[in-house]
Write a protein that binds this ligand. Sequence first.
Ligand code: HEM
Length: 458
Amino acid sequence: MLRSRGRIPSTADGIPRAPGGLPFVGHGARLLRDPLGFLSSLPGHGDLVRVRIGPSRVIVVCDPGLARKVLLNDRAFDKGGPLVSRAREVAGNGLLTCPHHEHRRQRRLIQPAFHRDRMPGYAHAMSARVADTIAGWRKGEVIDVPAAMYTLAATITVEAMFSSDLPPAAIGTAIDDLTTIVRGMLPRMLRPALADHLPTPGNRGYRRAGARLRRQLNDIIASRRADGTDHGDMLSAVLAACDPDGAGGRLSDAEVSDQVLTIFGAGTETTAATMAWALHLLARHPEVERQVHEEVDAALAGAPAAPGHLPLLPVTGNVVTEALRLYPPIWIATRTLTSGTRFGGHDFPPGTVFAYSPYLLHHRADLYTDPERFDPARWDGDRPRPPRDAYLPFGAGARKCIGDQFGIMEATLALATIAGRWRLRSLPGPAIRPATGITLSPRRLRMRVTARTSGTPA
Ligand code: HEM
């Protein structure tokens, strides 16, 4: 563990304060200006560092062992805090935001939708939609990569949820509505609830999307409950699931709607960002790109990648793992203490807010050799692995991402299929920087599509 050193201001309880806090705003200005640089500077001050954002105080957990302790003790370190409370009002009480006492039941009811046996069905949607996407690209075309990956991921998530129940036009409407709602959530979470009722175009569009989506979902749920057969998709699994304890019963229709929004919100931007970063990193590292091309040419021979190919794609898999290390889409998340707790040698009162940051941990020079370098080979089986606690792109413990295997499979299949057919080239211009929204995605990443023929870059 790193010890605090130098003249770091500490508080009465001995926890160092991050330097540079200003009156009223605290570290808010630095966090807005350069959140990733600010976070990366914190381990130099201690294992736990106090940060102030306006009136709120947050303890940032910089040590990987302590971060894991926070994540494993989900009863004491619960989802909470002002942002999460607003998220519940805005997005409903789904798996991602629900409090500990509701989580076990919800997780048991949703888990069957992510069972290993259902993955081949989802993989079919992944392979088909990736093939459609790249078939539409033209040689020399410049594409907005985050937008293209978002549409791809959104279509896959909606298809995995509802299989063939929705005709293509309805899939498009559902994606539009889900996107309007999910993208409208962050601004809503950051402003007072009263502002939701103002008659602005944004509020009207948000309400319209919500009402249309609920109607569409209610119709699908009603017809599914009536026909009772398993369509092999997430919705069937969620509707069929019964709480084994019997106490919680099934999910109500309103709860199913909340979970649909949650799964779409949690699974789409994250996977899209991973794919976009992986494409960007490949283009910037021709030697790794060459290895991926060799690998996919040998494994796929021109076909779209399917789950059976995954064991033949270790380099492609390592590219995804390393992209998730360098640019973890969920770069920071918070927990709130539910009771007075002694932790990391300090006593904390209930209500204390803690933050863990996969980005901070993944960029620590004492945990990763040359941490800023894109080096997929660091994940090779024959190299010493970084410590387990130091790699947390999906979190850990009871609240660990339920869609981790889904997301990894989708990103790996997409990357392999794209690399089998096309070579995406960076455009000249300023370096691509991460946009720090709810997810970390490559800001304004546009790339040119160039053809490959039988493994040789055109
Ligand atoms: C590469 C892509 C993904 C990344 C990096 C990612 C990351 C994460 C992280 C870090 C958490 C935990 C947040 C916390 O500790 O507060 C989480 C939770 C969650 N993720 Fe993902 N995720 C990804 C893909 C997906 C997919 C594809 C789905 C669904 C289709 C999904 C659904 C969820 C849900 C429902 C939760 C809440 C789990 C719970 O609290 O029980 N995620 N994700």
